[in-house]
Design a protein around this ligand. Structure first.
Ligand SMILES: [Zn+2]
Length: 318
């Protein structure tokens, strides 16, 4: 289960209100005809989506990510400088399942670009094409924490989900820019093969671990797809409910469970606080695996996943 009870749409800041004038001035500057321009201007909300879009688009696209890997994707700051790329975008790639609901809608409005509005031909929702985990079986209410009613939105660390996204994204790029369709299809096919080979190889590598070694604790409910892919078992989360900070009583329960089941590894993204995870692993002689919050600048998507798989494997076999 996963969550989203954040303060939703923030009040428009003074900067956002001043934006139309700022935008007009900037657009006038950019209107110079001889600036080299890629065939498709792509904006992705998250770095992993940007990395996947680059694999498909190659030299024919310019891809901008709205959130850096250091930011929690639930709470990205909707800074006005994110509006210009959105204004010029042919394609907006979003995670969906309400992950960006607290910050993306006001940016879409401010961008004044009909192509990338929800449901538009330049709006691509990755969650619409992936297999979903953590779809609540009962009615969602706020006491359950930050639960996303459509399912857990954190699928970007699963290369099997990436294959589904890449295939659908290639179709969309072909539709928006048919002149480069051969390149998009060839890139997608090579990427798909690399993802499939990698996904299977890592599954075999982790399957060789004992059942006890494969039990872990996560900080937030954001790693269920990663664990599902690698055959890891999430015994507990450090957060008592998604988006709710750890309480002493819950931490005590997690600690006794870790001792009971011989769990020595806590896994979390770098943008979550690390103190509780450090305390827990210190008390059981284990370690925290801190994952980058998304594909780092200059790295490719598969390198990012390889780094994560290697770090997890090293911790589980320490
Ligand atoms: Zn979440």
């Amino acid at each position: 289960m996963e969550t989203a009870l954040r303060p939703l749409v923030p009040a428009p800041s003074a900067l956002l209100t001043a934006l139309p004038a700022l935008l007009a001035a900037t657009l006038a500057l950019l209107a110079t005809p001889n600036i080299a321009r890629a065939d498709l201007q792509v904006v992705a909300t998250l770095p992993d989506l940007a990395a996947i879009a680059r694999e498909i688009g190659g030299e024919h696209v310019t891809v901008t990510a709205l959130a850096p890997p250091s930011q929690d994707p639930h709470y990205v700051d909707p800074r006005p400088n994110l509006i210009l790329p959105l204004n010029r975008a042919d394609l907006l790639v979003v995670n969906g399942l309400e992950l960006e609901v607290g910050w993306l809608p006001p940016l879409q409005v401010a961008a004044r670009n009909g192509r990338i509005q929800t449901g538009g031909e330049g709006y691509f929702d990755a969650s619409a094409v992936v297999r979903r985990l953590g779809v609540p079986q009962s009615k969602v209410d706020r006491a359950m924490g930050d639960i996303h009613p459509g399912g857990n939105p954190h699928f970007l660390l699963d290369p099997r989900a990436a294959r589904q996204i890449a295939a659908a994204l290639a179709n969309r790029m072909v539709k928006l820019d048919p002149s480069n369709s051969a390149a998009y299809r060839a890139n997608a096919s090579a990427f798909d093969e690399a993802l499939a080979t990698f996904a299977r190889a890592q599954q075999a590598r982790f399957a060789a671990l004992s059942a006890e070694q494969r039990r872990v604790v996560a900080y937030h409910a954001s790693l269920v797809y990663l664990f599902d892919w690698l055959g890891l078992i999430e015994a507990e989360t450090v957060e008592p409910r998604p988006g709710i900070a750890p309480t002493p009583a819950h931490v005590a329960r997690v600690l006794s469970l870790m001792k009971q089941q011989g769990i020595r590894v806590v896994v979390q993204e770098a943008y979550y606080p690390q103190k509780t995870s450090q305390t827990l692993t210190r008390l059981v002689g284990g370690r925290v695996v801190v994952l980058p919050g998304g594909t780092p600048d200059g790295k490719r998507y598969l390198q990012h996943l390889q780094g994560i798989a290697d770090a997890l494997h090293a911790a589980l076999t320490q």
